[in-house]
Each structure stands twice: as C-alpha cells, then as structure tokens.
Design a protein around this ligand. Structure first.
Ligand SMILES: Cc1ncc(COP(=O)(O)O)c(C=O)c1O
Length: 442
C-alpha cells in the first residue's frame, strides 16, 4: 500500500474515531479473523469463536458417548424448532413460527407451493360461499392462475418458482419488485420476492409490497437471505405470510448451514407442504402409513435434521445473545436483547456503507466505477455493489492484497458489510486498496 496522503490521513483518523464510538466493536473478538479485510460475510459469514468447541462437544460427547440417546437427551430432535426460535427475534417473529432445516432452495419450493395451495383454498371457500363455478372447487386452477416472481432474483428462486408453477398448473410471471403492484390482480395466487437484491444490494419495500399482495388477495413469500442478521425485517409486524432465508451469510452459521422457513402463526393450520416428510408428522414414531401433519411450524420439516450443521448454527447464534451482559447496562431478556442488537447492527451497517461510499468517492477517480447500490438508506441493504468492466480481474487483485469481497458475473464487485465484525478502519483500507488496484489496472 502507498504512503498516506493528507486526504487518506483524514479518513484514517475519522475511521479510528468511528471505531472508538462503535458500541458493537466489542463483538469482533467473538469471531475468528485475521489481518484481511473481510467483506464477504454476505456470502459466507466468518467463524464465531464459540463454534469449534461446541462442535467438538457434539462430536465427542453427544455423538461419541451418548450416541442415539442424544436425540432426546441432547435435544437433537427438537433442534429445528428450538433454533428457529433463536432466529425469530432477529427477523421480528414471535416464537413458534420458524423451523430450521433444508436449504433455502428447498424452502422456497415448500413456501411457494404452500402459498398457492392456500390461494386455492381461499378460492374454493369463496366459490362455496357464492355458489360460483369459476374457482378451484372442481379441482382446477381457477382464476388465480399466476405466480409472480422477482425477475431480478437469485437464480435458484426463479428455477424453483418455475417448477412450483408447473406442478400447480400456474403461469410464472417474472416482474421486477417495482412492477409488482401493477402486475397484481385477482389472477395472482402468490408472489416470491427478495428483501435485498443479491447483486445490487437494493432493499425492497417489504411492508408496502406485502400490503399490496394482500390487497390483491394473494400470498407473499419473502427470501431474506441478504437481510436477516443485517437489518430488522419485522415479519410479524408487516403480516408476512411465508419467508425463507439462509443462515450462512449474516447469521454466520457456516458453509451449507441449514436454512429456515417462517410460516405465520394463523396460517400454520393451512400450511400444506409439498414435501410432507416423516419428521413433519404429528406422531412420527407411530410410523403410520397415513400422513397427518404436526401442528405449528413443525409441519415445515421434512426429513432427519442435519444435526452437525444445525448445532454449529445454534452455537453461532449465541453471538446475538449476551451482548447486554457485556457492560452496556441493558438487561432486556434474550429476545428483546437480540431485537435491540439488530437495530444497532442496522445503524452500524448504514454507517459502514455510507463511509465506504464516501471513501470510494474520495479515492477512486470519477467514472472508474459505477455504484449499483442505492444511496438512500431506505433502499440499501448491507452491501455495496460497484460495476466496472474489469471487475473479475480487480477482485482477484484485491483478494491478493487482503481485501476480500466477491465478483458477480459479468462486471460487479460486491462488498458485504457485517457490522458484527467489520470496522470503519477496515472500510477505509478496503476503499484505499480498491482505488490503488483500479489505478494499477487502468
Ligand atoms: C437470495 C438468495 N436466495 C437463495 C440462495 C440459495 O440458497 P441455497 O443454496 O442455500 O439453497 C442464495 C444464495 O446465496 C441467495 O443469495
């Protein structure tokens, strides 16, 4: 890195001041980090210090010594709901509505099909009440023959929505989130949306779009992969019907850690899973031939839980609990504490991305990169996406210099800001190295 200039000296000193004032700074020691600036927590979160010890205990004692007894004695069997309740405050959900398991992709499929089945049920009830003939009472598709999907979505959601549409006899209509209100009609059964765009970092209007979907009599399914753990989601408050998300990004659950499914409490009795595996049965060990779904969020389960990954995730979530015990004088109880923490995380996330944008515009010559991430706070997630033609090459060079972001085809540099462990000093350094790299490659 080159010698600091007057401009960089000023920004370096500002970064230090911001770090000193940062109430979350103490959490950085809860993660395994090195000298690199890690701005890829929106792809794979860093390893929490507590995880290896907990996993060793799961392996050597719970599996090695207790063996099959651990399904009961170590709480393995109920881990999907228990860990769901640990995630719940972070996404604004009361307990009993989130179940952990499977991948986001699988949960997208369950949620979209279940949403369409609820729409079918509504139509059948409406037909029954009015004595009409155009609905689904006869087993046909009826008037709600469309599923809307975010056209800008991470591809897996689009692929699965297409399969869900084919399976339920619907037409899939890709529209951008901005186009959703105009695209909604009494033909819409379900809408699959992303809270934060994986590529640009744009934050979509979850309350407004959910209300619009409901106004049209349809069901909203939200993908929270890029928002959970980075900003408040407010699932209960905004009446979201169904939501899914991964846990390996801002929740730091580890590579391939299980995803989660939220089913709003009042919809749970109507949640008709397209993957009704035996662990979602009301009495799985009765081994009955006839399927009878369990009550509550449990009916979102499918097969045997992936215990090693799941318990690594549970240990990783401890980062969100016990913050109040670290000397800031709050004594709120675990769920409130986690909710308060997500508010602080959001404030720091915006401060980090603001500071990054400021440093980039100070250091990088105008026109060398184009910012794809909205500058308005209300429209920004926790990442900054910069476009430039040589993005693939630039990201390789950045990584070689210890600034870890990622490249998204064909021309996007993505930088994710995890407020639990990214400092303002990291941000200034990343922008300075980026500017030098862009200059060196010009
Ligand atoms: C928005 C979004 N949805 C879904 C996925 C895929 O999830 P999974 O591979 O866990 O099924 C990702 C992965 O990064 C994602 O960013």
């Amino acid at each position: 890195m080159s010698e600091p200039t007057a401009l960089s000296a000023e920004l370096i000193s500002l970064a230090r001041e911001l770090d000193k004032a940062d109430e979350l700074a103490c959490l950085r020691t809860r993660f395994v980090l090195d000298d690199a600036v890690y701005l890829d927590g929106n792809s794979l979160g860093a390893l929490p210090v507590a995880v290896p010890g907990r996993l060793a205990d799961v392996l050597y004692r719970e599996w090695g010594e207790l063996r099959i007894r651990s399904w009961d004695e170590s709480g393995w069997w109920t881990a999907p709901e228990r860990i769901g309740d640990r995630i719940a405050p972070l996404v604004g959900a009361a307990p009993g509505q989130i179940v952990v398991g499977d991948s986001t992709s699988v949960n997208v499929f369950k949620a979209v099909v279940a949403a369409v089945r609820m729409a079918d049920e509504d139509e059948a009830a409406r037909e029954g009440a009015t004595g009409g003939t155009g609905g689904t009472g006869g087993g046909g598709v009826g008037r709600r023959d469309e599923i809307l999907v975010d056209a800008t979505t991470f591809p897996t959601d689009g692929y699965l929505a297409e399969s869900a549409a084919r399976m339920t006899g619907r037409t899939l209509r890709p529209v951008t989130p901005a186009e959703v209100p105009a695209a909604l009609s009494d033909r819409t059964a379900a809408v699959l949306l992303n809270h934060v765009d994986y590529r640009t970092g744009r934050l979509h209007d979850l309350p407004g779009l959910t209300a619009a979907v409901h106004e049209a009599g349809a069901y909203a399914v939200w993908d929270l992969c890029h928002s959970a753990g980075a900003l408040p989601v407010g699932l209960d408050e905004h009446g979201v019907d169904l939501a899914v998300g991964c846990t390996y990004k801002y929740l730091n659950g580890g590579p391939g850690s299980p995803a989660y499914l939220y089913v709003r409490r009042d919809l749970q009795p109507r949640f008709d899973s397209p993957l009704p595996g035996w662990t979602s049965h009301t009495d799985p060990f009765a081994m009955r031939p006839a399927y009878e779904p369990a009550p509550g969020a449990v009916r979102g389960r499918v097969g045997t839980p992936d215990i090693l990954s799941m318990l690594a995730l549970e240990a990783a979530l401890d980062v969100w609990y016990g913050w109040g015990g670290e000397g800031d004088g709050k004594d709120l109880g675990p769920a409130r504490e986690a909710e308060a923490m997500i508010e602080s995380v959001r404030a720091k996330s915006l401060a980090l991305t603001d500071f990054f944008l400021r440093c980039v515009s100070a250091y990088v010559p105008e026109g060398r990169v184009e910012c794809l991430t909205p500058t308005a706070h209300a429209e920004r997630g926790s990442q900054v996406a910069l476009r430039c033609d040589d993005a693939g090459d630039i990201m390789k060079r950045l990584i070689a210099q210890g600034v870890i972001g990622d490249f998204r085809h064909p021309d996007v540099l993505r930088f994710g800001f995890t407020p639990l462990y990214v400092s303002f000093t990291d941000v200034e350094r990343a922008a300075r190295v980026l500017a030098e790299t862009l200059e060196g490659a010009a």
